[in-house]
Design a protein around this ligand. Structure first.
Ligand code: NAD
Length: 459
């Protein structure tokens, strides 16, 4: 997966090298050399921090838990990125996610760099007390490298506001008298978190999709239909007709995106399927998303897996295999679970012609190429799922100022920022043969490269 990110960074640099308007002061050998330096800087993390946390379990056993904090790049500001608790997280994955954070923040003009954390555990195998200890130890082991102006973690898969509250409290204990509110984002509101942070990523994901179709494509359909861009042709097939959607992953991101889509059912949009780590729940007439949310809130976040469970909550749906969601006959797939969900073994069975990446890196490099050649429009992770980091930035600012916005103000600021990025990126959808992902990368790499050059870092 890391190779895919590196390849696209390199392709972006190749395109910029050929563009004579980009850094025109750099010519000849100096230009070649500077671009080699950029490739080296952008493809390598600044630091990979790894520790084995010593945890005393409640049964008296002491275990070592592997934990990482990768700090990719801080050209634009302090490192920023979530901490993932998952049994399959590893150094390469965390490193790639840190790199994506650098690109995402550059794309949306959020003044942060890129970082990411991971702890190799299955959270459900640990008691609340043990999880609390793991969080405290994580902060103790990495306390020197984390901080309001150094590196600011946030929740990711397997972590939530509860873990951020615990971690911030430990940070405060270790660093008495120092500013601490901005050391972690995604905290609970009572503990200095921002209203709207939990919903921000899912809302942003759906906003991106809706804005692209109902604003950009609809308003520009005349000139979009004049060209022969395959992605524009696909997108034009999505306007002024009912659309069906399937959402993979019903956690923080997926459930909120599904709810946003459900709220738009007056536009004849239907969420016909959602899935989680156990099952797919399907109804061709559209699912009762609020009913499913009521169910998951009482069942540890899990979707119903039996007919009886559906009936108990008066939910009309069929239970299908977990992975069958991906190959359903739907217009749009929202991927909001984990990495590498679409790969060469299932890509030929994908029927959706539009895919929105709520998760980070959910499509492998070769599958991505296969879909792009077919004309499938992919709204990439760094564009679509930035709502979380945008509201994290607002939380960080509110923590510094101890002045707080209300929920409506937060969503207005979030949508303004995302719209600004979309208005910059989407017009290139037409004039350029590159897929959206490549355009987003070029935009991010342009910004990072220009700043690195101006700061004299390429000599
Ligand atoms: P989460 O832990 O709240 O939810 C993950 C969901 O995916 C759960 O419903 C889980 O059951 C499901 N799932 C796991 N494996 C699955 C599988 N094989 N098939 C179907 N479903 C599966 O996590 P989240 O915070 O919603 O994050 C989801 C993705 O979005 C991750 O890639 C994360 O990095 C990315 N992301 C999250 C945020 C955020 O603010 N939370 C921000 C940006 C990106």
């Amino acid at each position: 997966m890391e190779k895919k990110t590196e390849d696209i960074i390199q392709q972006s640099l190749n395109a910029l090298l050929e563009d004579e308007n980009f850094l025109p002061d750099l010519q000849g050998d100096t230009r070649q050399q500077a671009f080699k330096s950029l490739a080296s800087i952008l493809s390598t993390p600044n630091h990979i921090n790894k520790s084995f946390l010593r945890i005393a379990l409640e049964n008296g056993q002491v275990v070592r838990v592997p934990a990482f904090r990768v700090q990719h790049n801080n050209t634009l500001g302090p490192y920023k990125g979530g901490i993932r608790f998952h049994e399959s997280v590893n150094e390469d994955e965390v490193s790639n996610l840190a790199k994506l954070m650098t690109l995402k923040n550059a794309l949306h003009e959020v003044p942060f760099g890129g970082g990411k954390g991971g702890v190799i555990i299955k959270p459900r195998d640990y008691s609340t007390k043990e999880l609390n200890l793991i969080c405290k130890k994580y902060v103790q082991y990495f306390s020197d490298i984390i901080g309001t102006d150094k590196d600011i973690p946030a929740p990711d898969v397997g972590t939530s506001e509860r873990e951020m509250d615990w971690m911030m409290a430990e940070y405060k204990t270790i660093h008495p008298g120092q500013p601490y509110r901005g050391s972690f984002t995604g905290k609970s509101v009572i503990n200095g978190g921002s209203l709207g942070r939990r919903e921000a990523t899912g809302k942003g994901v759906y906003f991106c999709y809706r804005y692209m179709l109902h604003n950009f494509v609809k308003e520009n359909q005349n000139w979009l239909s004049e060209g022969d861009n395959i992605f524009a042709k696909t997108a034009l097939g999505y306007i002024d007709r009912p659309l069906t959607m399937a959402v993979q992953g019903f956690g923080n991101v997926g459930s909120v995106a599904a709810m946003e889509a459900y709220k738009c059912n007056h536009m004849q949009n239907k969420v016909v399927a959602v899935s989680d780590q156990n099952v797919t729940v399907y109804n061709s007439e559209g699912l009762d998303i609020p009913g499913l949310l009521k169910y998951t809130s009482k069942h540890d976040g899990d979707l119903p897996t039996t007919k009886d469970a559906l009936e108990e909550y008066d939910l009309k749906a069929d239970i299908l295999d977990r992975d069958s969601l991906l190959t359903l006959e739907v217009d749009t797939l929202v991927l909001a679970a984990l990495e590498d969900q679409i790969h060469m073994n299932n890509v030929e069975d994908i029927k959706a012609n539009m895919i929105v990446e709520g998760a980070n890196a959910p499509i492998t490099e070769d599958a991505d190429q296969f879909l792009s050649e077919k004309g499938v429009v992919i709204i990439p992770d760094i564009l679509a799922n930035a709502g979380g980091v945008i509201v994290s930035y607002l939380e960080w600012m509110q923590g510094r100022e101890t002045q707080f916005y209300n929920e409506d103000e937060i969503y207005e600021l979030l949508y303004d920022k995302m719209q600004h990025t979309l208005d910059t990126i989407l017009p290139q959808f037409y004039g350029d043969p590159f897929p959206l992902r490549q355009n987003c990368y070029i935009h991010s790499v342009t910004k990072l490269s220009t700043i690195l050059y101006r700061q004299g870092k390429l000599y």
